[in-house]
Ligand binder design. Structure first.
Ligand SMILES: Cc1cc2nc3c(=O)[nH]c(=O)nc-3n(C[C@H](O)[C@H](O)[C@H](O)COP(=O)(O)O)c2cc1C
Length: 407
């Protein structure tokens, strides 16, 4: 049950929006996308209308991590102009036309890409490509200088052959150069680098017979989002999961089924972890005995006697070493706050992430969640209904803030 020993891919778990604008070099954006994906990134492309005249949308449909977006109005998401930017770890525009540089400088947002660029707090990398005259125009020079001063990373352009047989500055930098710039920009945001983060995810299953089990409604989405977010922030991540959801090879993954398997795997990894986040929905009870053969109707209604499973969070709380941060989740349907506070104390946890799973859009199976993070020092942080990846970052922020100070 040792975790995968694959070296973490430098972009594992990173969500990158790739903006493609209408220059001849747009065809090179496919190579850039593939390289980002090879390094572990999830790439969401946005093509401008002009870009779709230079390169086929179908190519991105076949190769991107998710369907490419081309318009503000073709997406069923209620907030198409903001959600991509809000959930991105980085936005790369390659190639970047003179037009998008100008719009980004002035804050104009009349298409999906410019709106996304305005609605993000993620780092932005642009790789301009245009004819030398356009690049050297005082308007472009000024736009680029302002963007640099605001923290935008500008890669290139290179000097070389341009469309139409011209030569000079304005050629899109090589895909490898652009990808290295992305990796470097993200590495400077890696605040969990050097830390080991242990995360449990999914709902455990307790066998009744060879075909039936007692389970719960957890899908593992929140735990997997935590693993991705921690990996994206540079942590060494061990994900112990009872969920079939995929995870990137840069995340050390251990698959488990039952509460007992979860307990064994978690306890083996916890001692060497800096942050331990128990997001899994672990069964509290299991059948005392598991039928060897399938239970048959003809044998009458079975009487199932249950026994308690091990309380993993409590065990981790008892063995917690000084400085380690222990985070538990509390999925409640009533008295959410009181139950969370009681759990915090009883389990010797540093943080309890409480959610009211009876509220709309919250908890099991949803793409979104809304939580209150209760800390042992009595403080509370509320995170309103948002994508599970955003909840994940808020939990990691809270855990990081307590690292080294927990007892
Ligand atoms: C064949 C062709 C090639 C072009 N190449 C570039 C280019 O490399 N860089 C650039 O800034 N504009 C270039 N343009 C002009 C842009 O396509 C035009 O400014 C467009 O409005 C940009 O739209 P977008 O930024 O929304 O993609 C080119 C236009 C055509 C027709």
């Amino acid at each position: 049950m040792a975790p995968s020993t694959d070296a973490p891919a430098p972009l594992a778990g990173r969500r990158i929006v790739l903006g493609v604008t209408g220059g001849i070099a747009a065809y090179k954006s496919v190579e850039i996308m593939r390289r980002l994906q090879d390094l572990g990134a999830h790439v969401s492309p946005i093509l401008t209308e002009s870009a779709t005249k230079m390169i086929g949308v179908k190519t991105f449909e076949a190769l991107a991590s998710e369907p490419p977006k081309t318009s503000l109005y073709s997406d069923s998401h209620p907030s198409p102009h903001t959600y991509l930017g809000q959930n991105a770890d980085l936005i790369l525009v390659a190639p970047a036309t003179a037009r998008i540089l100008s719009d980004l400088r002035t804050g104009r947002s009349d298409d999906l890409l410019s709106a996304t660029l305005l609605a993000t707090e993620a780092p932005v990398v642009v790789a301009p490509a245009m004819h030398t005259e356009m690049w050297n125009h005082p308007a472009t020079t000024e736009n680029v200088s302002v963007l640099r001063s605001r923290g935008v990373t500008v890669v290139g352009p290179a000097v070389g052959r341009l469309a139409g047989g011209d030569e000079g500055p304005g050629r899109l930098s090589e895909p490898e150069t652009i990808v290295v710039a992305v990796v470097q920009r993200l590495a400077s945001d890696a605040d969990l680098a050097g830390l080991k983060v242990l995360i449990s995810a999914g709902g455990t299953r307790e066998a009744l017979d060879p075909v039936r089990y007692l389970g719960n409604r957890s899908t593992g989405k929140q735990g997997h989002a935590l693993a991705e977010a921690a990996a994206a922030r540079g942590a060494e991540v061990v994900l112990i999961t009872a969920s079939p959801l995929a995870s990137h090879s840069g995340i050390g993954r251990i698959n488990v089924v039952s509460a007992a398997e979860m307990a064994t795997a978690v306890k083996a990894e916890a001692a060497t972890s800096d942050i331990v986040i128990m997001a899994a929905a672990v069964a509290d009870f299991r059948p005392v005995s598991v039928a060897e053969k399938k239970l048959k109707k003809a044998d009458g209604t079975p009487q199932i006697t249950l026994e308690r499973t091990e309380d993993i969070l409590a065990a981790l709380g008892q063995s917690k070493r000084s400085g380690q941060v222990l985070v538990g989740f509390a999925a409640e349907t009533n008295d959410v706050s009181a139950n969370a506070k009681a759990k915090l104390e009883k389990k010797n946890a540093d943080l309890i992430v409480a959610n009211d799973v009876s509220a709309p859009g919250v908890g099991f199976g949803h793409e979104t969640n809304a939580v209150t993070i209760h800390a042992a020092d009595g403080s509370q942080t509320q995170v309103a209904l948002s994508e599970k990846s955003q909840i994940a970052h808020a939990v990691l922020d809270a855990a990081l803030a307590r690292l080294g100070s927990s007892t």
